[in-house]
Design a protein around this ligand. Structure first.
Ligand SMILES: NC(=O)c1ccc[n+]([C@@H]2O[C@H](COP(=O)([O-])OP(=O)(O)OC[C@H]3O[C@@H](n4cnc5c(N)ncnc54)[C@H](O)[C@@H]3O)[C@@H](O)[C@H]2O)c1
Length: 275
């Protein structure tokens, strides 16, 4: 018997990387999942593989209507909603303030914060009534960049720090009915992209940065984590009888993820450099 037997769950950014690993792990634990992503192609592949344990919703987390649709599908198909996982995100590929053109900084901020922060806020707004009814919880994916500098540039690091604020404020506002927590993983070799407005939509993190080597060499556990390695914390936080007292918490599972000098050690895509 799994820890999430009979649970109904929405996962955003479920098409690849950590979101996909969470969907697979939650199904193994007994849940049924609405997988929400903007990539129809990824979702169709996922549906073929996972069958009736998963429903798919194609949409953009920056849209209130699309978030409401994902919640509606969970409630109508599975009868309730127990867990909403805000996970869709963009990275800024470590572009620093001095090296980023002012106009790109402006549009990149709007796009990246739109997904990483507004997307979580609108997801919580759409999900909280159904979660109140079930005594459920919200979990956000944050990052080592929610605690430490250097896991990105100022856009990404500020967006993940903003996520900590969302967790604390929403945990406070939605108590006692809905718990709100987050998991902060470190680097993983996924399909993570950047804002189109920064010219970073076409290259996944793993192609731009030797992320596995970097993790192995620089983090204290000398281990290059896979997305699956982080899913246990999501299961623990979702499971009502395992984490009854946990709200407003951010689990830092990034192995003290403090990169040394990211702009030099990771290499920054030329798209961010000033012309
Ligand atoms: N990969 C890393 O090194 C790393 C490290 C720490 C934290 N994270 C965080 O993990 C989370 C998942 O990222 P990942 O690494 O699995 O990347 P990923 O790109 O493999 O998965 C993210 C998914 O989100 C979807 N998405 C992006 N924008 C969207 C939007 N506007 N609306 C709907 N869907 C959208 C993408 O299509 C993609 O399928 C993000 O919040 C990211 O910040 C990643």
């Amino acid at each position: 018997m799994g820890w999430l037997e009979g649970y109904s769950v929405v996962v955003t950014g479920a098409g690849s990387g950590l979101g996909l690993a969470i969907v697979e792990r939650f199904i193994t634990e007994g849940a049924r999942v609405v997988a929400f992503d903007r990539s129809e192609e990824k979702l169709k592949t996922l549906k073929v593989r996972l069958g009736s344990d998963v429903e798919i919703v194609v949409g953009d987390v920056r849209s209130s209507r699309d978030n409401a649709e994902a919640v509606r599908v969970a409630v109508t198909t599975f009868g309730k909603l127990d867990t909403f996982i805000g996970n869709a995100g963009l990275w800024d590929f470590g572009g620093s303030l001095p090296d980023t053109d002012a106009e790109k900084l402006d549009s990149g901020f709007d796009e990246l914060f739109g997904v990483n922060v507004k997307g979580y806020l609108l997801g919580a707004k759409a999900a909280h009534p159904a979660l109140r009814a079930s005594g459920g919880s919200i979990i956000f994916t944050l990052s080592n960049a929610a605690f430490y500098p250097g896991g990105g540039g100022p856009l990404y690091v500020a967006s993940k720090h903003a996520g900590v604020g969302l967790v604390k404020q929403l945990a406070y506002e939605l108590a006692p009915d809905v718990r709100v927590n987050a998991v902060a993983p470190g680097g993983m070799n996924t399909d993570l992209r950047g804002p189109a407005s920064l010219g970073l939509a076409d290259t996944p993190i793993g192609e731009a940065v030797p992320i596995d080597d970097f993790m192995e060499q620089s983090l204290c556990l000398h281990y290059a984590a896979k997305a699956e390695d982080y899913t246990g914390s999501f299961v623990l936080l979702a499971a009502k009888d395992q984490s009854r007292t946990v709200t407003g918490a951010v689990f830092d599972v990034s192995s003290l993820g403090v990169p040394a000098r990211p702009t030099e050690s990771l290499g920054i895509p030329s798209a961010l450099a000033k012309d």
